[in-house]
Design a protein around this ligand. Structure first.
Ligand SMILES: *Cc1c(COP(=O)(O)O)cnc(C)c1O
Length: 389
């Protein structure tokens, strides 16, 4: 096979992605200013400052950047300490767990069948790091089963409890979880990967400050490039986490990526509240519009986040599954993931305040109509907002 020039693949990907409606819950678009930061000279530089000494030279601006980004993150998320060095949400989780959980100890997490992150399942991070992972008991409607949790947490006595999900439509009762954690001496962690932008905008899990450590991705509902961030109010905990970064979970931190996260934080500071409330409104509206024509979960409240969840059992009755559903929409230029989530972060960033036309196109594509032309027309009217042009 004749290999194409890499830059022509890159160009085609850019053109393709700007010609479709992206409803993937794990993704977002980055602004031209974030792109500018990503493509800067920082992309090939090093900077390691520890105990006041940098191992590299020429780092004057890299040091200024690191300090400014972390300070901005601490301000935007309202936590005393922040570190945006982690290369991804997964690396942020790994770093926090390396600092707080020893070999042989236990964690409790949201089970995968209730939307929990696979990385915390036995076989992934727990087997890499030598600890055991147990399920937090859940009710079918994405709520914690506290009666059962009270008993299991007392029996397991986990070092940490990790809240947060990848399939995620509802905030937790954090004061109640906090109380249970306190009763057995567990720390409370929150993996906010999916909802980081909603938390920054104050529309989801408003009491997040009650957790010991919050961490997650910078690129799902948040405006950043792919990366991770760690937040805490506790100096001693932060210190332990910081010690697990350099030469343990990573070496360089991709300075240009961190610069991109910094720009995204500035955008969030200015536009984050409006953005986050519109994302959630769009998700609720989209769920309402689709319900009845498509099997949508959790009627009548549907969602409190950026995600609308499709009920796979219902899809099967219509001769569909989540894979075929996604493939059929993709043929029409509408992108959703293959596991039944529809996300409204990116369309909201792209200026969509009325989701009715999108709902109509999805409904029509679902019954086999060709909606490509309508998608093209809709896309040509989308325009990115929430950045300084
Ligand atoms: C996506 C996700 C991660 C992993 O994030 P990356 O940034 O892709 O490494 C971790 N936890 C949860 C809950 C997620 O949804």
């Amino acid at each position: 096979m004749a290999m194409r020039k890499i830059l022509s693949i890159v160009q085609d990907a850019d053109i393709y992605r700007s010609s479709v409606i992206n409803l993937q819950a794990s993704e977002n678009v980055i602004s031209p200013n974030v792109r500018r930061a990503l493509a800067s000279d920082f992309a090939s530089r090093y900077s390691h400052k520890e105990n006041g000494v940098n191992d590299y030279g020429g780092t004057k601006y890299a040091e200024e950047l690191e300090e400014s980004v972390n300070e901005l993150a601490s301000e935007v998320f309202n936590f005393k300490y922040a570190d945006a060095k982690p290369l991804s949400g997964h690396v942020a989780a790994e770093t926090v767990l390396a600092a707080l959980v020893k070999r042989g100890e236990s964690i409790m997490k949201i089970p995968e069948r209730n939307g929990g992150y696979q990385g915390y399942l036995n076989g992934y991070l727990p087997s890499l790091m030598g600890f055991r992972s147990y399920d937090i008991p859940m009710k079918p409607d994405q709520a914690i089963d506290f009666e059962s949790f009270e008993k299991t947490i007392d029996y397991i006595r986990p070092k940490v409890v990790i809240l947060g999900q990848s399939v995620f439509v509802k905030s937790y009762d954090i004061p109640k979880v906090r109380e249970l954690c306190n009763s057995v001496g567990s720390m409370l962690l929150y993996d906010a990967s999916h909802v980081m932008g909603l938390i920054a905008g104050g529309t989801f899990q408003k009491d997040i400050g009650l957790c010991d450590v919050v961490f997650g991705s910078t690129h799902k509902t948040f405006f950043g490039p792919q990366g991770g961030i760690i937040l805490t109010n506790e100096a001693e905990v932060f210190d332990r986490i910081e010690k697990k970064i350099t030469w343990i979970t990573m070496d360089n931190f991709n300075i240009s990526r961190m610069a991109g996260v910094g720009v995204a934080l500035e955008e969030t500071k200015k536009f984050g509240r409006e953005y986050a409330s519109r994302v959630v409104k769009n998700a609720k509206d989209l769920a309402k519009e689709l319900d009845g024509k498509l099997p949508i979960k959790y009627s009548p409240w549907f969602t409190e986040s950026h995600q609308v969840l499709i009920d796979e059992e219902g899809l099967k009755k219509d001769g569909y599954d989540t894979i075929k559903f996604s493939e059929d929409l993709e043929k029409n230029g509408i992108i959703v993931d293959r596991i039944g989530r529809i996300g409204t972060a990116e369309i909201t960033r792209m200026g969509v305040d009325d989701v009715q036309p999108i709902a109509d196109m999805i409904k029509d594509a679902y019954i086999g109509k060709d909606v490509k032309e309508r998608v093209n027309k809709f896309v040509s009217n989308m325009k990115m907002r929430y950045y300084e042009s």
